[in-house]
Write a protein that binds this ligand. Sequence first.
Ligand code: RIB
Ligand code: CA
Length: 307
Amino acid sequence: MKRLVIDTDTGVDDAQALLMAFAHPDVKVEAIMSVAGNVGVEKTTANVLKVLDVVGQDVPVYRGCDRALIHSLPDASDAHGNDGLGGADVSVSQRPIEQEHAVRALIRLANEHPGELTLVALGPLTNIALATRIDPDLPGKYKELVIMGGAVRGKGNTEIVTAEFNIFYDPDAAHIVFSEWPMLTMSDWEVTMNQGLTAAQFDELRTAPSPRGQFFRKITDRTVKRMAEFGRTTFLLPDPLAMAAVLDPDCVRHAEKRFVEVEVVGQHTRGQTTVDWYGFSGRTPNANIVIEYDMDRVFALLKAAVS
Ligand code: RIB
Ligand code: CA
């Protein structure tokens, strides 16, 4: 049984990734930490609870940081809707959250279950950076860290054109995590852009008759409209791809270990993830970069998520 702790700025694709995790028979979600990113932390926290209502699972939820470590930046509500779930008409959950802060919970759980928990980061790394500063031994206490983040050849998705949103939103936090964690699995924006779903596949997920399928449809109506406006024919899966790497490592068809740093001062590049592809730095690789997924296996996880 793979035991997960998920740190998320629950927006549309985070919610899809959460559905995948809850649908996997060999996975137990031990805790979910919210963080600001796609939208504010009150909304991302509320969105986690909405997903728990859909899947009917009781998992402790911990509210995390409401802003980046140093410089607050705009959210991604343009992409995810003002509520973070595509403006979907999803009832507000009455579930309670834990009183303990997400950062404290990240540390406590690692110390209570050393080496047993897989940490999955689907949003900015603010909570994880602070937890790492408070407990410098944290990286050795989690079994592994898998993140959605970065743009390994500088093809980003933000106003800093070489930066991907999760890193762009809190580059200082990302710098701490990439500097202090000896290894992490990195599912970046570029593999996301290279490996999306076809319209037919996306429609198959959106027409699943189950309550989870109906939720998936509700939260992706806005996505479909935006894709049509942009003339895009593939549907992107940033967080679901990272989650697929956790749920079924055989989904990863090709990955390469490289040394990665986060730019924190560049006027035009703050938030860029710079990759030492040829070993010129002489630095030890700290990231296992996913280059290619087996999309048949990914799609199978998504179909299970809405079944
Ligand atoms: O750049 C994509 C990432 O930013 C995804 O995790 C999405 O949910 C947003 O957080
Ligand atoms: Ca996210």
